[in-house]
Design a protein around this ligand. Structure first.
Ligand SMILES: Cc1cc2nc3c(=O)[nH]c(=O)nc-3n(C[C@H](O)[C@H](O)[C@H](O)COP(=O)(O)OP(=O)(O)OC[C@H]3O[C@@H](n4cnc5c(N)ncnc54)[C@H](O)[C@@H]3O)c2cc1C
Length: 475
């Protein structure tokens, strides 16, 4: 394949493409190329083409083939690696594809690749349904699903891909396919976790679940003194708690929450995100185990809608800051893990703007996630009782080194407690050896490599956690 393209290579992009196209200098170019992670905001793609439908994606893919260039793909722009808008690249942007169709009787829901999680929640809730997915409303359904998908309903209903019935894709030789267990079980298996490497998804059909509209949600805040007994007790307590209850402790320097004592602002605290989707009269009994572990500084849990509950964390991770995030799975939440988290937050760099600077989040997994076998999807789940993410957010480019070092050192401190497999969507790329292990076994990796060689033999989809680069052999 030729080297990175430059703008003049794309002057002959076909007029049969219906959607808007943007080149550097065009009106709207800067807005269209803006993504969540500003750490690579100086990157300037050579051409961004916004597909209106799958036929537009076909035109764009065939064009890339004729030019022999790689393609970057953008949907929600919330990829943690910021690989959706690379410098000099040809970008196929599916974010204008926004159709959502729900069958009210069956809960069968078809969602186009440009839909964001918040849009999906609002649309499905109109019919009393939820598609189990992630916790930040601006995240793209496409990138999330193709990597696996976890969130506030994982314990109850499994990963997003466990609720996926079929995916419409455009293959890298320009064909439109509907892929399911029935039409092509092997490709469907690969799309459920390694999908960013295999094809461009244009829509997804899910089996939605009945949830809400009324749920219980909110934060419970604990001081550092309460943190270790709380966190180290959660494994036992949650093993006996109903799956309708989910908890996502976030360890961070205390933000100025009204009502928190002034002397603890900026000191390590735990903000535990609680979402409960079961029968409301059973909420208190479901919470008993958590309440017995430690006395909170504040308890802000209250009745809410599902849509409110599933957007609680939005303000913690605003768009447009420089970001670095590393993460993995924990098979147990031990005292040592809790202590490491508190110690690392105590040495976090000072904030450079509004909003938290450094956080370590621990959303609970397990439950229904373990009902499907490790080999049922490319997405890896063995030992995934908890996820952890160490995240740094800052603004001046001059602070890159300080923040990225804090995240890397935090990862090094937590790594001895982590499993060898990982969730590829909630960490920056940790290198070829890590990626080869992230999907679980050698057998699974070999299956993913075989799918990549079959469906994307020229590695056109290379702006991702790339299978061919990790394999270390040319395609
Ligand atoms: C603030 C924040 C919160 C998050 N919360 C969660 C969470 O709760 N649960 C969870 O599971 N994950 C979560 N994630 C991770 C998220 O799932 C991944 O980053 C996901 O890849 C984002 O998808 P996107 O479409 O928004 O991103 P993009 O940046 O547009 O794309 C990300 C990757 O997906 C590929 N891609 C995008 N669209 C397509 C397509 N149509 N076809 C093929 N490949 C495509 C891109 O090439 C790129 O490699 C979160 C990320 C962020 C930044």
């Amino acid at each position: 394949m030729s080297n990175s393209p430059s703008a003049n290579v794309f002057a002959d992009f076909p007029g049969t493409f219906k959607g808007p196209i943007y080149r550097p200098g065009d009106d709207g170019y800067e807005d269209v190329k803006a993504i969540w992670n500003a750490r690579r905001s100086e990157d300037r793609p050579a051409l961004i083409v916004q597909a209106l439908d799958a036929d537009d994606v076909v035109v764009a893919v065939k064009y890339a083939e004729s030019k022999d260039v790689p393609v970057a793909v953008k949907s929600g722009g919330h990829g943690v690696d910021a690989s959706a808008m690379p410098h000099n690249a040809f970008v196929i942007d599916t974010s204008r594809m926004k159709r959502i169709v729900i069958e009210p009787e069956t809960g069968c829901a078809t969602v186009d690749a440009g839909v964001l999680l918040g849009e999906m929640d609002v649309a499905t809730q109109k019919h009393g349904y939820v598609i189990p997915a992630g916790v930040v409303t601006r995240t793209g359904v496409a990138g999330l699903t193709l990597g696996g998908g976890i969130g506030n309903l994982t314990r109850r209903f499994g990963a997003t891909v466990d609720n996926l019935l079929s995916v419409d894709v455009v293959t890298m030789d320009g064909r439109k396919l509907r892929v399911s267990e029935e039409t092509d079980a092997e490709l469907f298996w690969g799309l459920c976790g390694a999908g960013h490497n295999l094809a461009i998804a244009t829509s997804f059909t899910f089996q939605a679940r009945k949830v809400g509209p009324q749920v219980m949600s909110g934060w419970i805040i604990y001081t550092a003194e309460a943190a270790v007994p709380l966190l180290a007790g959660l494994d036992e307590v949650m093993a006996n708690a109903p799956r309708e209850l989910t908890i996502g402790p976030v360890v961070l320097p205390a933000p100025p929450v009204p009502g928190l004592p002034a002397e603890i602002i900026g000191k390590p605290i735990v903000m535990a995100m609680i979402v409960y989707t079961g029968a409301l009269e059973k909420f208190e009994s479901s919470m008993r185990g958590i309440r017995d572990l430690a006395v909170p500084a504040m308890d802000l849990v209250k009745p809410s809608t599902w849509v409110e509950a599933n957007s609680m964390i939005d303000n913690f991770v605003p768009t447009g800051r420089r970001q670095y995030l590393l993460g993995g799975y924990l098979s147990a939440f031990t005292r040592d893990v809790a202590r490491v988290a508190i110690e690392r937050i105590a040495v976090a760099p000072q904030p450079t703007g509004a909003g938290p600077s450094c956080l370590i989040t621990f959303p609970i997994l397990g439950g229904a996630l373990f009902e499907k076998s490790e080999n049922s999807t490319a997405f890896s789940r063995t030992g995934a009782a908890w996820l952890f993410e160490a995240a740094g957010q800052w603004d001046p480019p001059g602070s890159d080194e300080e923040y990225m070092r804090w995240v890397t050192d935090t990862m090094s401190a937590l790594a001895p407690h982590a499993t060898a497999n990982a969730y590829i969507n909630l960490t920056a790329d940790r290198g070829p050896e890590w990626l080869r292990g992230a999907y679980g076994s050698r057998e699974k990796w070999d299956r993913i490599v075989a799918l990549k060689r079959k469906w994307d033999p020229h590695n056109r989809l290379s702006y991702n956690k790339n299978v061919i680069r990790a394999e270390g052999r040319p395609s």
